[in-house]
Structures are given as structure tokens and as C-alpha cells.
Design a protein around this ligand. Sequence first.
Ligand SMILES: [Zn+2]
Length: 232
Amino acid sequence: MTVVKRYINDFLHLFFPHNCAGCGTGILNTEDALCAECLNKLPATGFFSTPGNPVEKIFYGRLNIQKAGSAFYFTKESVIQQVIIQLKYKNNPQAGAYLGKLLGAQLKNSARFDDVDVIIPMPLNDRKLFKRGYNQSGMLVNGIVSVWNKPVLEGAVTRTLFTETQTHKNRIARWETIEGVFEVTEPNLLSNKHVLLVDDIVTTGATLEACGNAILKLPGSSLSLATLAYTV
Ligand SMILES: [Zn+2]
């Protein structure tokens, strides 16, 4: 899809009724991504209020996190799978903002995350960002902060592919893995901060671990994680 087409599509999506991102049938108002039936089908995990939840267990012994959680269980052929497909592959960034609101409400309702200082969406590499036209985690974060008053530092951490030329930069926290090279480009803004890193889905935790390691190299930083979905 060309950039122009994408803008037109976004514009139409904003101002005209559209279909439910879960079932594709319901006709919705401008701000909703899901019909009431699909919204009720979303399987909330309750993880954010639960110390030692399955997401936190993924990172035991791997990454020194404060807290972690996911809003919904991800299962195949489910509403949440459909919405994530819409968000990642069907040019539907509004679905991200909508789901981000639901995620943000869960974070807000769990007092465990009150001491988060700043939110960072999981960065994409430039190639993926260009192809998709937006960062799906950034869309989730837009929704989160519309209901939970926290500052966002999108772009404070960048992600590049191994194949791209790496120029050496001093005093920048880097972490290299198969997931790419994560670099903290704004170390002064993240040092001594409790950072909440947000991603769409957690499975093995490899990407969150790699990005989190770059953040935790900063002096005084601490880290928590939040994802929209958790793979059972
Ligand atoms: Zn629906």
C-alpha cells in the first residue's frame, strides 16, 4: 500500500463507521475497534495484580525485572488473535490504541505499577517500521497513556538489524542478539528511572529480554514489562 493510500485509509477509518476488528461483522462507531460481543470474549489474565504470575516467571534468572504482566491470554482462532493480526498486518493502528486503553486500565487498576516513571514501546527496526507505517507497540502505548497518566519516551531506545552498518557510539548502552541490536540513545533520560517496556505479545521473552538488557545497563535504572497478550 502506498503512503498516500494509507493516509486516506486512516482518514476514512477515523471518521466513518467500520467493521469490528475481531469478527469483521459488527458496524462500529469511530472510536471502537471491537463490538460488544468480541469485547466480552477477551480473556483477561489478571496478571498485573498477581506477583509471581506466568509472565514474571518467564524472566526468572534471565532478566532482573521489578514486575511484569499481560492483559489477555492469546489463543489461536480467538478474538485477540484477530485483533493482533489487524494491528500488525492489516494497517489498523486504531485497533492498537483501542486495545492499549484496555491494557492501560488494567495497569492503572493494579497499584503494583504505580511507581513506573516512564513508558517505552518496544522499538521496531527501520525496515519493519517503513513496511508497516507505524509501530504497533507505540499504538498500544498511545492507548495506555490516554487512560493512565505516565510520560512516554518513544525513540529513547532504537533497534537495528545486524546486517545494517553499525557505527560505534560511546556511552550508549547496547545489547546485541538475534532479535537485533538495541541501543539506548537517550541514556540521560532513562538513567535512575523505573522504565515500563511495552510490547504486543510475549512468547519466549527473547525480544523483551534483549531490549530490557540494554535499558538495565544504565545506572540506576529499573525495569518492568507489560504486553497486550500472553501466549499460553
Ligand atoms: Zn466483533
